[in-house]
Design a binder for this molecule. Structure first.
Ligand SMILES: NC(=O)c1ccc[n+]([C@@H]2O[C@H](COP(=O)([O-])OP(=O)(O)OC[C@H]3O[C@@H](n4cnc5c(N)ncnc54)[C@H](O)[C@@H]3O)[C@@H](O)[C@H]2O)c1
Length: 462
């Protein structure tokens, strides 16, 4: 039997890891463009030695993603379902990459059994289903797709703005129950009204453009200064935004400082007859305060897509056992309640499939870790076809003094064309392109690098 070129050291103990920031996504996009636009085409490197790359794809991930893997010549085993921990422990040992969504749990036990695994792709937004620390300790980067559904959320919010101001769901519900109730009182056009966006990130900025196309005036509040799109204007505080807007919509992450950021005091600052929308995270709104503001008639309506506690599966009840105020909220007129569908569209799924499969193939083929959530982010220009004798070293190691000296001692007989190293918590990653290593020297070089004390995983892309 042949063995892969990657050489893993025993798992070390805990590391502390924090998720990557949003700006990396944009860097990744521009970096992709650079790769695509090379005048000198990149050379295809072999991710592992002596065997085909095997990818396990679970949970009915998009066909486009599977096609991307197959186009690279990878062997793909594609399942519609998730796998249990026991099943994964039994099967995962023969795979180099795995693609999952939210139902498959990659626990420390599964990762320990994944002796050949090089990379994990979460074809979704969150990565809670993966033990990120165990993965990093084993030298396995985890990729996801946090922003592929921004447009889907922005479009849903726009539809809610119109639906609330026309009491659309009330009229539709009445007619579905056989009651004809045509009226125009308290129904408004959105043209000329003010939309107040809290959090002007990926979703907030998309929404800003859509709202202006509807003739709305757009104001926003963000903790950082952001260049507004179109005629939108950033205001100095949340209070100013609340006081000036006809619609308030939240697009902030869940952070200690955003939890319950809309509470009794903030609802009281909103205009009489204004509308409130939350498609961000359930915890950023104090719902009992919202219920109060709606019942008193201070607010004219609300649309809520996310809740502090959400049912674990479709068909499960959304009742007072889950959230003590559920039945009260359900019975208030002009309140639109949706089951966390803001980002749930076919387009978003396709974009997620495309983005994550590319992240995985780029890591396997080029060693790039830009935009991964648990790992230092490192990238190098691709080796071109002209650079026929160059090879790339990808060395994941524990972040401790003296490692680069040992690595560079081993590389010193050769010409290191490029080298880049970074660390995150206890994990460090160095990539280096080396010229003119003869095939007979390679095993010795590999042995020296992977034999260094801090080695976690060393790969040579040839
Ligand atoms: N409903 C859904 O299905 C769905 C889908 C995707 C995303 N989301 C949620 O939408 C939210 C926004 O996503 P995004 O992709 O636009 O995020 P993003 O990171 O691109 O933007 C968030 C913005 O909020 C700002 N911000 C942070 N703290 C703030 C504060 N205290 N006050 C004002 N602004 C603050 C940040 O500076 C940033 O500009 C996230 O909570 C995300 O989980 C929901």
């Amino acid at each position: 039997m042949t063995s892969p070129i990657s050489i893993r050291a025993p798992l070390p103990t805990a590391v502390s890891i924090s998720p990557s920031t949003t700006t990396i996504h944009d860097r990744l996009k521009s970096s992709r463009k650079q790769h695509d636009q090379y005048l000198h085409p990149p050379r295809v490197l072999h991710p592992i030695d002596n065997e085909d790359v095997r990818v396990l794809v679970l949970e009915n991930i998009s066909a486009e993603a599977v096609d991307t893997f197959k186009a690279k010549g990878f062997h793909v085993d594609h399942y519609k379902r998730a796998m249990s921990e026991d099943e994964l422990v039994e099967k995962i040992g023969s795979y180099h990459a795995i693609g999952i969504r939210s139902k498959t749990k990659l626990t420390a036990r599964v990762i320990k059994a994944a002796t050949k695994l090089l990379v994990i792709g979460c074809f979704c937004i969150g990565t809670n289903q993966v033990d990120l620390t165990s993965a990093a300790n084993a030298g396995i980067p985890v990729f996801n797709s946090p922003f592929s559904n921004s447009r889907s959320v922005a479009e849903l919010v726009m539809s809610e703005v119109v639906a609330l101001s026309r009491q659309l769901f009330e009229r539709s519900y009445e007619l579905r129950t056989g009651v004809w109730n045509k009226q125009s009182k308290n129904c408004w056009e959105v043209r000329g009204k003010t939309l107040g966006i809290v959090g002007y990130g990926h979703i907030g900025a998309q929404l800003s453009v859509l709202a202006e196309a509807f003739g709305m005036r757009v104001l926003f509040h963000d903790v950082i200064n952001i260049m507004p799109l179109g005629q939108a204007r950033q205001v100095d505080s949340l209070s100013t935004l609340l006081a000036e807007s006809d619609f308030i919509t939240l697009h902030v992450p869940e952070l200690p400082e955003t939890i319950n950021m809309m509470s009794r005091e903030e609802f009281a600052q909103m205009k009489q007859g204004a509308y409130f929308i939350n498609n961000a995270r359930g915890t950023v709104t104090d719902i009992p305060s919202l219920v109060e503001a709606l019942k008193s008639g201070h607010l004219a309506g609300a649309a809520i897509d996310v809740f502090p506690a959400e049912p674990a599966s479709n068909g499960a009840p959304f009742d007072d056992q889950l959230n003590s105020w559920a039945s009260e909220l359900r019975n208030i007129p002009n309140v639109i309640l949706t089951p966390h569908i803001g980002g749930s569209t076919e387009e978003a799924q396709r974009m997620i499939g495309d983005e994550v499969s590319q992240s995985l193939t780029r890591y396997l083929g080029y060693g790039t870790t830009l935009a991964c959530v648990n790992f230092p982010e490192v990238d190098l220009r691709a080796i071109t076809l002209e650079q026929g004798t160059h090879i790339r070293m990808c060395h994941v190691h524990r972040n401790q003094p003296g490692v680069l000296k040992q690595v560079n001692d081993a590389l010193s007989p050769y010409n290191v064309e490029k080298q880049y190293s970074d660390s995150k918590g206890h994990i460090a990653y160095v990539m280096a392109d080396i010229a003119d290593v003869s095939p007979k020297d390679l095993p010795r070089l590999r042995e020296r690098i992977s034999g260094t004390q801090a080695n976690i995983l060393t790969r040579f892309l040839i």
